[in-house]
Design a binder for this molecule. Structure first.
Ligand SMILES: *Cc1c(COP(=O)(O)O)cnc(C)c1O
Length: 362
């Protein structure tokens, strides 16, 4: 039986995609070669990567003047590639969690880093509001979804300087006004594919006019290398790109686009949030509902029940639930409910929680 996969990443993928991919691993579309064996210079792969890019552009309504590139190294390499390419003197960062802090750490290697606002004072359980983005910086960096702490910036705001977003964990979960961003990046393994490929959506004007030119940038770490070679400067992660293409097809044909995906994700989150807001045993760690992520919902046991966390984890396993142990920096539980997680899995989780609460309430 398939489990209810609440893993934070690598994460659940759509079953029809897994079926397509498993066939292609044996034989890609009847050509007598596996997807693991085809050349990245073949016409078959050319069609795959181009379709992946076209679907990504179509689904997120990416305007003219942007490139979509596939690179390696995870979002963690983007933390360094971004300042290496674009930080001339000073950049500003919104500090909303550990991923944001890791991005800051890399930027400090290349210049001055200004923290515009931080929610570190309350262990990142909220999104800072009413901050002013400075105008004398090279770019402003945000993390739209804070995978570990369960907060999310759900609106695209205006920035007086180039806006850069790490969207690793809410990529393609909702419509985004790409025109407000100069660079969006994310690892595929949370919402759009397997681990092994990182996607960047980059505005040509930003690249052409703002890139640092008097710094030595290794070829593979230069965005231009990949925009100019259509991500084929070296051997790209062929298999991972194939899976991304299939996920994009699924988003388009089975889901019907990102408006629908957003509604489905809202419905899923509501099932768990409604229960959490009325539970006498569990409590969400993000008090402000507006700041609560649709992708990762974090919760802990209320004080009198703290010693029951391990027992609940055991109990949840009987329902086929996996991946709900919270990150060590938050504790408790985290239900990651990415695009491909069916609403029925969320209902099963709530059922497991209800039954546990009924049996153990003091
Ligand atoms: C998972 C994650 C990362 C790290 O991604 P890697 O691909 O493992 O380097 C960075 N940012 C966010 C928001 C994440 O969720």
């Amino acid at each position: 039986m398939r489990k209810h996969i609440f893993n934070a990443g690598p994460a659940v993928l759509p079953v029809p995609v897994l079926e397509k991919v498993s066939k292609a691993v044996i034989d890609l579309d009847g050509i007598g070669i596996s997807i693991l064996e085809i050349s990245h210079r073949s016409k078959e792969f050319d069609a795959i990567i181009n379709e992946a890019i076209e679907l990504m552009k179509e689904l997120m309504n990416i305007p003219e003047g942007y490139h979509v590139i596939f690179v390696g190294g995870g979002a963690s390499t983007q933390f360094a590639m971004l300042p290496m390419n674009f930080l001339k003197t000073k950049a500003s960062y919104l500090e909303t969690g550990s991923w944001a802090k890791k991005a800051e750490k890399e930027a400090k290697l290349f210049g001055e880093v200004q923290i515009v606002a931080s929610s570190a004072d309350k262990n990142f359980t909220y999104i800072p509001k009413n901050f002013t983005i400075p105008t004398d910086v090279d770019y402003f960096h945000i993390t739209t979804n804070n995978t570990i702490y369960g907060t999310e910036i759900k609106t695209d705001f205006n920035s007086p300087v180039p806006l850069v977003a790490d969207m690793s964990s809410d990529f393609y979960s909702r419509p985004v006004d790409v025109s407000k961003y100069s660079l969006i990046y994310g690892g595929a393994q949370k919402n759009v594919g397997p681990s092994g490929v990182t996607i960047a959506i980059i505005k040509d004007d930003f690249l052409n006019s703002k890139q640092v030119t008097d710094r030595i940038i290794p070829t593979m770490l230069n965005y231009k290398t990949h925009t100019e070679a259509n991500s084929l400067y070296n051997t790209p992660p062929v298999y991972a790109i194939f899976v991304v293409k299939e996920v994009m097809r699924w988003l388009k044909t089975e889901i019907g686009g990102l408006e629908n995906m957003k509604k489905i994700n809202e419905d899923k989150a509501k099932v768990l949030n409604d229960y959490l807001d009325n539970s006498k045993m569990f409590i969400p760690t993000v008090p402000n509902k507006e700041d609560r992520s649709l992708m990762n919902i974090t919760f802990v046991m209320q004080d009198p029940y703290k010693d029951l966390e391990a027992a609940f984890l055991d109990h949840s396993k009987k329902y086929g639930i996996v991946g709900i142990k919270g990150h060590r920096s938050v504790g408790g539980f985290r239900a990651s409910m990415y695009n491909a997680l069916p609403i029925d899995s969320v209902k099963v989780l709530v059922q497991a929680m209800e039954e546990f609460e009924k049996a153990n309430l003091k």
